[in-house]
Ligand binder design. Structure first.
Ligand code: SF4
Ligand code: SF4
Length: 261
């Protein structure tokens, strides 16, 4: 019988070595591929993708980033303050169109607001509107390396399709899937959503408690083959609730638009 929750320390002991191992393997393969692809264009200093309104990460990877920040001397209260500033800016930006940015039009509108990931270190340059670098580069989630470009960064700034290495995408998908299966095995659920919001939720007492809680995993059946995905989605909604964000009709409508794109 599973205990109903883990302590923070237990979660660190269980999760950190696993995520670290998966990340290390992913990064070795990622750099091997980048090495052979001279056209690989992502460079330190280019950060449009760190201003996206949808940076898909699991709650496990957000927890890993949190432990990395705490391990490097930052305080939970400091991280909470910075994250909640982001949340307020995020809400303010979204208030113009009234829902979270899922579909391309709203993601583009969000990008133009220039709200950087709270883990991003901005270096404003006149000719590079999104310049800066990742403040947690060694611990950044898989998606942040998976979403690479072999073409000019301008395409990322316009959310236009850009060249990618399919091997990098494929390896990232396997790594992300492995991490989510691990999280489900440990905690019964795994939120997938916007990294800065999940990260912010984990800096709240309720959000961290929800992450550490061990839920009964869903049992997919013929009648409901997506029961686990539903449970995961409810968990994401619960984390958003810790930030005062509740999903409504307009959010689901934009999500549907995104799924149809
Ligand atoms: S994915 Fe695009 S925006 Fe992100 S670092 Fe690479 S080129 Fe820059
Ligand atoms: S974690 Fe780092 S690389 Fe990923 S979006 Fe945030 S600042 Fe960018």
């Amino acid at each position: 019988m599973l205990r109903s929750e883990l302590s923070f320390t237990e979660a660190v002991q269980v999760c950190v070595p696993f995520v670290h191992d998966i990340h290390s393997r992913w990064k070795v393969k990622h750099s091997e591929i980048a090495e052979t692809q001279k056209a690989h264009s992502c460079q330190k200093g280019c950060g449009a993708c760190c201003h996206y309104g949808l940076i898909s990460s699991s709650s496990l990877e957000a927890f890993f980033v949190l432990t990395h920040c705490l391990g490097s001397g930052q305080t939970l209260s400091g991280l909470h303050e910075a994250s909640m500033t982001y949340v307020e800016n995020f809400k303010l930006a979204c208030s113009e169109w009234g829902h979270l940015p899922f579909a391309k039009a709203s993601r583009l509108a969000f990008l133009k607001k220039k709200v950087p990931c709270p883990l991003f270190v901005s270096t404003p340059l006149p000719d590079q509107p999104y310049s800066g670098h990742c403040g947690v580069y060694e611990a950044r989630p898989v998606i942040c390396g998976q979403f690479h470009s072999t073409e000019a960064p301008k395409k990322c700034e316009e959310l236009e399709p850009h060249g990618t290495e399919s091997a990098v995408i494929d390896l990232g998908e396997v790594a992300g899937h492995t991490l989510r299966e691990f999280e489900r095995a440990q905690f019964g659920k795994s939120a997938l959503g916007h990294l800065p919001l999940i990260f912010a939720a984990l800096t709240t007492e309720d959000g961290l408690k929800a992450f550490l809680r061990r839920d009964e995993p869903a049992k997919p059946s013929d009648a409901d083959p997506h029961a686990q995905e539903t449970l995961d989605f409810f968990f994401y909604a619960e984390l958003l609730g810790c930030l005062g964000i509740s999903l409504g009709e307009a959010d689901f409508a934009d999500l549907e638009r995104a799924q149809a794109e």
